[in-house]
Design a protein around this ligand. Structure first.
Ligand SMILES: *Cc1c(COP(=O)(O)O)cnc(C)c1O
Length: 215
């Protein structure tokens, strides 16, 4: 299979991101050959949005890749990724968190998770709303095998940059409120179209797909 040369695209994205911001290369829909190229150019963290696809690719690629699950996760599929996933960005319910804890325990692991918070003005988005997330985090007792390492959110897909900025700002504010008490490390916000705004608003983890992989 031939894939376009992605090294330069990857490096130009990489170089546009400050060093304190973690880059998750979102490789969904792209073949392992493309992922290998970006790996060879230095990237080690890859994000997939489907369990099945991540499970198929993981055994074919270098073992030191950190796999992040960024898409909706059904409770009954947690068991497939629990042995190797390094960060789950998309925890959208308490029930899911409990299942991750259970499967992590079976694998003798502690799995880092982010709560997905709904900040966009779009119906199809998953997650807690800001108020629900705040209430949950305020009363949260840490579990033995999961660690809530921060928050993830997606802004509305719009060219109105002030709206995007305000949505990111609302999530950053919730993040700051709980950062110290809960030991948060990651505020995952920003994709190809809006990561620069997200970083200005405090993101320290961006999830970038099309800017790197799309020819
Ligand atoms: C696909 C996806 C991304 C990357 O989007 P691009 O616009 O391709 O950069 C980021 N986050 C989530 C949750 C995604 O599903």
């Amino acid at each position: 299979m031939t894939v376009p040369n992605l090294t330069e695209r990857y490096l130009s994205v990489r170089n546009s991101i400050p060093s304190h911001v973690v880059l998750v290369a979102v490789s969904k829909f792209h073949p392992v050959e493309a992922i290998q190229q970006v790996y060879d150019a230095g990237q080690r963290i890859f994000g997939e949005n489907r369990v099945q696809e991540m499970m198929e690719k993981q055994p074919l690629l270098p073992k030191d890749i950190e796999w992040h699950l960024i898409g909706t996760l059904q409770s009954n599929k947690v068991k497939y990724i629990a042995p190797f996933v390094s960060l789950i960005h998309s925890v959208d319910s308490v029930k899911l968190l409990a299942e991750i804890d259970k499967q992590a325990k079976k694998n003798n692991r502690v799995i880092d998770c982010l709560l997905e918070v709904y900040i966009a003005k779009e119906d199809s988005k998953h997650g807690f709303n800001l108020q629900e997330a705040d209430t949950f985090l305020s009363t949260y007792t840490p579990m033995s095998n999961t660690h809530i390492a921060g928050l993830m959110g997606m802004a509305t897909n719009t060219s109105e940059t002030e709206q995007v900025r305000n949505e990111f700002r609302s999530l950053a504010s919730l993040y700051k409120k709980h950062q110290q008490t809960l030991g948060f490390k990651y505020l995952s916000m920003g994709m190809s179209n809006d990561y620069k705004i997200a970083i200005e608003e405090g993101s320290n983890m961006v999830r970038i797909g099309s800017s790197i992989f799309k020819a």
